[in-house]
Write a protein that binds this ligand. Sequence first.
Ligand code: HEC
Length: 466
Amino acid sequence: MTKSIKKIWKWIDDRSGFTENIVPIIKHPVPPKAKWSYVFGSATLFCFILQVITGIALSLLYQPSSSEAYQSLLFITNKAKFGNVLRGIHYFGASAMIILVGIHMIRVYITASYKFPREMNWISGVILLLCTIFMGFTGQLLRWDSNGIWSSVVAAEQLGRTPFIGKYLARLLLGGDTIGGQSLSRFYSYHVFMVPAMIFIFIGFHLYLVIRNGISEPPKAGRLVDPKTYRAWYKNMLKEKGVPFWPNAAWRDVMFSAFIIIGIICLAFIFGPPVLSGKPDPAVLTTIPQPDWYMVPFFSLFALMPHKIESVAMLLGPILTIIILFSIPFISNSGERSPIKRPWAMYGVICVTVFVISLLVIGLKAPWSPHFNTKPLPLSAIKSKNPDSTIVQGVNLFYTKGCEYCHKINSYGGIDGPDLTTIGNRLNEQELKIRIVNGGKNMPAFGGILSKDEINKVVAFLSTQN
Ligand code: HEC
């Protein structure tokens, strides 16, 4: 029995060249002191594999058509065995992947591992970063709930403001002038075919480069990278002090990745997937979406920016960022690698990190993130002491039609628009009506959305707020 198994293995090994080609890769020598800070890349890879597996499982039940998508997600969430946990793993897996990609990139930057001969490792990494972000963005729309849709609408509108080519970019993204069924199949195609294929290719390339150029040795102040002598020095250093990748270095990768994967699964069990925010309904104007957290910094950036520079920044911002990212290894590919000797580079990475995290924090509690979960305005919070039925209906409409997402009355509601607690002092009924029908800057025009009767009721209510 064991003899025939051995025979089969021999045949496989001979035809595939496993022992000959793969084992040396697994056992190849790596620098001895590459410790825990080197685990983030492999953890990202394991998260990606987790995403592929859970993504395929989700696609077995998900239906990418605008009439079925939301229903099929409800089915996955509420009826399918483990569907809820599956969605949770896919969501927390995506979050983990984005965080880990970010940390991995910061680590590579801090230790200047992008310097000679690893410039191309960095470039393929930047492409992988962009792919990962795009996966998060497209995945959010596949939920096909009001949040996902409005987040994509806002993104497309911002893209559409790009001078000259904006219209075409937005059309390319959405597959039409507005979001609709065609956008969903397009996003599905991006999310499950196009971008994953690119990620597979570039991960392959990235790993190939890691083998070809070797893992960077931890930097030491005063030990400079000289492209003329580096490869010979590196080879010699490995010969003298190198340790086999498996198991001496890889056990940390395995431990850390296992810790992350178990963490993701626990989070999925405890918190479950993000709640579906309701079927998209054009009659409920929730113009300010609550995007998933990893999109929030982008939204914050454009919400905080002065309107005048927005369209220029729309064009230049992303292009400049991408150019800078790609050019980092060309700006300096030799010399010091130690962070202590590169104070300006460290200053830069700290500023960018603090900036992005601040945008995230601001965005999570700021006015432009909608307060979809605002509680209905209770009658005890309004000014009128004996409201008649018109006013009561006005109060209800104020909540159900989404006014309260943006306007505050007595500490209830969002703060994107002006506080309306004492609006009756400032505007008379006619002026109120004009404002509501016509809208304004960042206030949607409700003329076509509310009936005359509904507008009158809301106005009747607001005019008592004095
Ligand atoms: C997307 C967020 C948003 C929603 C939803 C919204 N508003 Fe507004 N609203 C604003 C903003 C922003 C302004 C300020 C507009 C300006 O300065 O031109 C505003 C202004 C107003 C004003 C004038 C306030 C003043 O002090 O001049 C009134 C009245 C008003 N909204 C009522 C409503 C009512 C009623 C609804 C629901 C039918 C509603 N809004 C829904 C954002 C919103």
